[in-house]
Design a protein around this ligand. Structure first.
Ligand code: ADP
Length: 328
């Protein structure tokens, strides 16, 4: 709160802490706290009787500042300035914009190719021998689009977070067995051996999302493997939850990329991923699914040695106590 001469009358600790400022001395002007032109104009406008606001950015955070005049009768006797930390909101907006730009780009490439080949065929100048090749390309690109759009739908459903999914007790061992069965032909094509260890263990969750998460992890473990490599899925019940691990003996992920592979459309080797049918969204779906279930997600990897991704579903203390009671 400032008086009509911009002198600070009162402030709370949070404001100083947010802006990383030292304790002001009595009589200091609020304009000494932030020397940007935008801030000065905002304070001046409020003292002239108008509501005003501005956004201030420091190295890592964004603040929205709002100033309102404080009046007595007809005269402005000071102003109240409110500072909101909007870093997360700004970051979310940036990510959303970036996602839209990436989606458009990812959709455009296969569409351009489909349109180009279809135009050639439409002109009637394509030799009969090339028709199969051209239509195969159109079909493959259309399939890629379908996979991509399905992944985008899954992610936006998770983003919405509101979708009313039914939560159930899901046996992660049984679910993993079923997923490995589905992936057996792909593993065979890549000469990768699949193994499931551990035993039956239930976690509370949404079967459809858990299926997508485990499927994506196993699919990656096969795709980024080497001829003759292996994938082991283990499901273990611990005292406080269920640990599901997908371990492969594949190409691994360089350290510099490990923290980024969960970002949307992030691929270590973009052309290799596209060649083998990747969308760059698989691990984002795993990450969002884990967040949705409150599961812990971790990744360890060494180049040329392999990758291990672990999901840890912690039982709620209540479930744990109920289980203990049953044991007693
Ligand atoms: P994609 O559809 O490209 O597989 P993901 O989001 O599933 O997208 O994975 C992002 C990137 O992380 C992949 O392009 C790949 O470079 C890397 N990656 C994911 N899983 C593995 C793995 N098990 N081994 C090696 N690299 C992996």
């Amino acid at each position: 709160v400032v008086d009509s001469a911009t002198r600070l009358l009162t402030y709370n600790g949070a404001a100083l802490q947010m802006l990383g400022l030292p304790m002001p001395r009595p009589g200091d002007s609020v304009l000494d706290l932030n020397r940007t032109e935008d801030f000065r104009q905002m304070v001046e406008r409020a003292l002239a009787g108008e509501h005003s606001s501005c956004t201030i950015q420091d190295d890592s955070r964004s603040y929205q500042m709002m100033a309102n005049p404080a009046t007595q009768g007809d005269s402005v006797i000071g102003a109240v300035i409110v500072i909101l930390d909007v870093t997360e909101q700004t970051e979310r907006e940036r990510l959303r914009r970036e996602f839209t730009a990436n989606v458009s780009h990812e959709l455009k490439t296969p569409l351009t190719s489909i349109s180009g080949f279809a135009e050639l065929m439409k002109s009637g100048t394509v030799a009969a021998a090339d028709v199969v090749d051209f239509s195969t390309t159109i079909y493959d690109e259309a399939q890629r689009l379908i996979v991509l759009v399905n992944d985008i739908i899954k992610l936006s459903e998770l983003d919405e977070g509101e979708q009313r999914y039914e939560w159930e007790d899901v046996d992660l061992y049984g679910l993993s067995a079923e997923i490995l069965h589905r992936l057996a032909p792909a593993a065979e094509r890549n000469s990768v051996m699949l193994r499931l260890t551990g035993g039956s263990a239930c976690a509370r969750g949404v079967p459809k999302i858990l299926d997508e998460m485990i499927y994506n992890l196993c699919d990656n473990a096969i795709k980024y493997n080497k001829q003759g490599g292996s994938v082991e899925v283990s499901v273990l019940r611990t005292v406080s939850g269920v640990r599901l691990t997908v371990r492969d003996t594949g190409i691994g992920i360089p350290l510099a990329h490990q923290s980024r592979v969960f970002e949307r459309f992030y691929r270590v080797d973009k052309s290799h991923s596209k060649e083998i049918g990747g969308t760059g969204l698989g691990l984002s779906i795993v990450k969002h699914g884990a967040m949705y279930h409150g599961a812990e997600l971790s990744l360890e990897s060494a180049v040329d040695r392999g990758t291990t991704v672990t999901l840890y579903f912690r039982s709620k203390p209540r479930d744990f106590l109920a289980a203990k009671e049953r044991e007693i």
